[in-house]
Design a protein around this ligand. Structure first.
Ligand code: SF4
Length: 353
């Protein structure tokens, strides 16, 4: 089976308040960065079945630059080529051009359709720009369009979240990722005491998650992972590789990769990435052991893990099923939405000695 290829684009217009991804507002480095990506990708003598441009904000690269990167890779026909796009950074012309270069899946960082929530998050786009970006992508011929929305955002209520979800399902989206906001140490959000007071409580957050999952299912978005919902046939093939513990190459500052049973990290300096003939790879240890496989597979709510995978599992699954946290289906243990809310605890319980 061919591997996936992840390309991290480390540029953003400005940092969002909650963000701890590796990205910088240094667009002048874009062309040297692109040349370095092409050097690194061309050196990989293998064929890929999925490509994912993540970031950062990949749409800060021109369509021509995206096209050059895609042409430098050996990509199977019928491959999935995804690109993350921030509303407010792309128009219909751009969508047409990247489509002509081979991109066939777009993932929009929508986060919310509520202007107060967007501004609390420090996003650069408005709700109207998000709607118009999705419609422009559709008009340009994209069929496979995803949107990220965020739960547990400052000022969010069950009502404003319901409106965001209802707006999202009214758009031509085929995939929705619903992530919980995590307040990461060192981010401006973590230091803003006033804003932290506006976060929904834990109980409200739990209700928000369960209601969102229910509403999305009602509109034909089937949950297939803790935070991911798709119309049938539109699951993200690249991300499924991560959860199936399949191998992938990572290119770019802060990217991770997994090849020949070993995980690696590419370091987090854009300068180094640009100046070195080929990027460095910092070993991160073995990958793909049974426990890691189980941990990732349990995130997949339509797949789960065979109840016979570990000796203790059959007995432990009874308790999980009784508590409504998991169900048994065809010999596979799968998390319910309630189980997804406490997935870390369930995983520790399932895998513990
Ligand atoms: S657009 Fe994404 S990567 Fe860039 S700062 Fe905002 S959250 Fe971070």
């Amino acid at each position: 089976m061919s591997r996936g290829l992840y390309i991290h684009v480390p540029f953003c217009v400005k940092k969002c308040r909650y963000c701890d991804f590796f990205s910088e507002a240094r667009p002048t480095l874009a062309e040297s960065y692109v040349r370095s990506v092409i050097r690194n990708v061309s050196a990989l003598k293998e064929r890929f079945e999925t490509v994912y441009f993540g970031g950062g904000t990949p749409s800060l690269l021109s369509a021509e630059q995206i096209g050059r990167i895609i042409s430098s890779a050996d990509i199977e026909s019928g491959a999935e080529i995804s690109m993350e796009i921030n509303p407010g950074t792309a128009d219909e012309k751009y969508f047409r051009e990247i489509k002509a270069s081979g991109v066939d899946r777009i993932s929009f960082g929508i986060q919310s359709f509520d202007s107060r929530e967007l501004s609390a998050l420090g996003r650069i786009h408005t709700a109207e720009e998000a709607v118009s970006a999705v419609l422009s992508a559709k008009k340009a011929g994209f069929e496979n369009i995803s949107g990220d929305i965020m739960l547990a955002v400052p000022y969010q209520t069950r009502e404003t979240l319901r409106k965001t979800v209802e707006k999202a399902v009214s758009l031509p989206l085929t995939h929705i990722s619903a992530y919980m906001l995590k307040v990461e140490k060192g981010t401006p959000l973590a230091e803003d005491e006033e804003l932290l007071k506006k976060l929904p409580s834990e109980d409200e957050t739990a209700d928000m998650y369960l209601e969102t999952a229910e509403l999305l299912e009602k509109h034909g978005f089937e949950q297939y992972e803790i935070s991911n919902f798709a119309k049938r046939g539109y699951e993200c093939r690249h991300n499924l590789k991560y959860w199936h513990c399949e191998e992938y190459q990572g290119i770019g500052p802060s990217a991770h990769g997994f090849t020949d049973g070993e995980r690696y990290f590419c370091g987090d300096s854009t300068e180094e990435f640009i100046s070195k003939p080929l990027q460095g790879k910092i070993p991160e240890g073995k990958g793909g052991e049974a426990e890691e496989r189980a941990m990732l597979a349990l995130r997949l709510t339509k797949e789960g893990i065979p109840v016979t995978m570990f000796p203790q599992l059959e007995r432990r699954s009874e308790m999980l099923i009784k508590s409504g946290l998991a169900k048994l289906d065809g010999g596979y243990l799968r998390l319910t939405p309630k189980g997804c809310l406490v997935s870390n605890e369930v995983i520790i319980y399932v895998l513990g000695n």
